[in-house]
Write a protein that binds this ligand. Structure first.
Ligand SMILES: Cc1cc2nc3c(=O)[nH]c(=O)nc-3n(C[C@H](O)[C@H](O)[C@H](O)COP(=O)(O)O)c2cc1C
Ligand SMILES: *[C@@H]1O[C@H](CO)[C@@H](O)[C@H](O)[C@H]1NC(C)=O
Ligand SMILES: *[C@@H]1O[C@H](CO)[C@@H](O)[C@H](O)[C@H]1NC(C)=O
Ligand SMILES: *[C@H]1O[C@H](CO)[C@@H](O)[C@H](O)[C@H]1NC(C)=O
Length: 372
């Protein structure tokens, strides 16, 4: 199944020519309760027997997805990997990687703006520039995600690749360059095909021959669940459609009603709109350069058609549970929910699936359907 929630950053050409956005830090208006979250990835790796950690710098999810795939790959070589959000961990611990046998850190890093890191890699980037760490026990590789048409092509990936070496870390495989303007998926797949043999050679391990993909999620059908506990399309908190509670950030977005929606141009190719969003009561301040996220929904007819093809009752309440209990993500999208809600709000049903998804689907295809 394709499971990717679509978040579009809409850059609005507003009347005055300024652009909206609501960066996370400014959205948070009330202090968060102090978290007692464990920020030690080294402890987590030791506790869960992992030797490979894959950090992702991702804004729209591509780098995150690649990281999950790399973490999953590891088991084919008798190793154990975990994907990790740099924002959730203390990355100065990279200097302690040597405490874990055959350890390796992989970085999948996207670049934005003027060669800037993604929001979730900003602290790591700031720290790295000033860092005076000894990374001699760290083995690493970097896969960069970018778009060649930008002036600062893959700047973040290139920087981290170079900087880690400066701090004494050992690069065990060459920097991968992913170009979203060409074929990012292909760039990634061909890098990965050469990367794993290099890892095997470096650590003296062999593929276990366990090519078969492991099932990642289990489907659970709920029959007696209180409908108040079922997600209806919320991206953050359950019931956030009915009552919104601050603090607002990208994980708990404030849903702003559109109060004005006017087409500005007559004729011509471009579609220029004047939109006004009501942020009353949100305690959000708008400053030029801020972002607005748009959460689109899929076409009802298409959703119904998929229900028909799959022969499921779209109003069945389900959960997709991650079988990797140590994973940070319990579900690929908010659960429990119905098939209808998932297909309408959470899944991208209009894009062609990525090659890795096709590969998995092919195993279920009847011989007559071409598996190519
Ligand atoms: C607004 C915007 C700015 C970008 N700026 C750059 C850039 O400066 N350099 C670059 O190499 N790629 C740039 N990209 C391309 C992204 O890095 C690329 O699409 C990447 O695959 C996104 O990964 P993600 O989905 O993990 O966030 C930009 C993309 C967008 C949408
Ligand atoms: C790459 O960037 C160019 C220029 O901004 C843009 O036209 C193109 O759509 C981008 N490619 C992808 C796949 O986002
Ligand atoms: C599969 O292909 C064979 C040979 O091309 C054909 O005879 C058969 O009817 C096909 N089966 C289905 C279910 O389409
Ligand atoms: C369905 O949603 C996608 C985004 O997930 C959007 O691009 C597409 O236009 C929608 N399809 C229809 C037919 O509305």
């Amino acid at each position: 199944m394709v499971h990717q929630v679509f978040v579009l950053s809409l850059f609005l050409d507003v009347a005055m020519g300024c652009v909206f956005s609501l960066p996370e830090d400014r959205l948070v208006t009330v202090d968060r309760a102090p978290t007692t979250r464990d920020t030690s990835f080294i402890d987590k790796m030791k506790k869960t027997g992992k030797n490979i950690v894959v950090f992702y710098g991702s804004q729209t999810g591509t780098a995150e997805e690649f990281s999950n795939r790399l973490a999953k790959d590891a088991h084919r070589y008798g190793m154990k990997g975990m994907a990790a959000d740099p924002e959730e961990y203390d990355l100065s611990e990279l200097s302690r990687m040597g405490e874990i046998d055959n350890s390796l850190a992989i970085f999948c890093l996207a670049t934005y703006g003027e060669g800037d890191p993604t929001d979730n890699a900003q602290d790591f980037y700031d720290w790295l520039q000033e860092a005076d760490a000894d990374f001699s026990g760290l083995k690493y590789t970097v896969f960069a995600l970018g778009n060649k048409t930008y002036e600062h092509y893959n700047a973040m990936g290139k920087y981290v690749d170079k900087r880690l070496e400066e701090l004494g870390a050992q690069r065990i495989f060459d920097l991968g360059m992913g170009d979203d303007d060409g074929n990012l998926e292909e760039d990634f797949v061909s890098w990965r095909e050469q990367f794993w043999p290099a890892v095997c050679e470096h650590f003296g391990v062999e593929a276990t021959g366990e090519e078969s993909s492991i099932r990642q999620y289990e489907l659970k059908v709920h029959t007696d669940l209180n409908m108040n506990k079922v997600y209806t399309g919320e991206l953050g908190r359950l019931k956030s459609f009915e009552n919104q509670k601050p603090p607002f950030d990208s994980k708990n977005p404030f849903l702003a009603p559109v109060t004005v929606n006017r087409k500005l141009n007559k004729g011509g190719e471009r579609h220029l709109m004047h939109l006004e969003l009501d942020i009353t009561g949100s305690k959000i301040r708008y400053e030029s350069g801020d972002h607005v996220a748009v959460y689109p929904i899929n076409d009802t007819a298409m959703v119904n058609k998929i229900g028909e093809l799959l022969a499921v009752d779209l109003d069945t309440v389900i959960s997709l549970n991650n079988l990797d209990e140590e994973s940070n993500k319990k579900h690929p999208f908010p659960c429990p929910t119905t098939y209808r809600t998932a297909l309408t709000h959470y899944l991208d049903i209009t894009n062609s699936p990525r090659t890795n998804v096709l590969y998995e689907l092919a195993q279920y295809a009847t011989p007559n359907i071409t598996k190519e």
